[in-house]
Design a protein around this ligand. Structure first.
Ligand SMILES: [Zn+2]
Length: 94
């Protein structure tokens, strides 16, 4: 049996979408680095409800639930807002 742990399905969806958005032509002027991706994901996730799953079945169930059109609309909106929010701050590279 694999080790069990809690998974925030919202986090999985949002981190995937942030990467996707930042690599689309529309957002090519924004920084793509790992740090900025995480910052944007955190910013978006702080404004979205967490959806925890305790098993793989539950994870899939929640994933399918969240993919319904209305939910995705508000998730996308929140991510776009987060990209612009993070884009206002300067990225201080090391
Ligand atoms: Zn960056």
């Amino acid at each position: 049996m694999t080790k069990m742990k809690l998974v925030n399905v919202m986090e999985e969806i949002v981190t995937g979408l942030v990467r996707y958005f930042l690599h689309s032509p529309e957002y090519q002027t924004f920084c793509h680095c790992e740090e900025c991706q995480l910052k944007i994901a955190a910013e978006a996730l702080n404004h979205l409800p967490a959806y925890y799953a305790a098993s793989e079945n539950e994870r899939e169930e929640i994933f399918n639930e969240l993919k319904n059109l209305k939910q995705m609309e508000s998730i996308n909106k929140e991510i776009i807002r987060a990209i612009h929010e993070a884009g206002k701050r300067k990225h201080f590279a090391k």
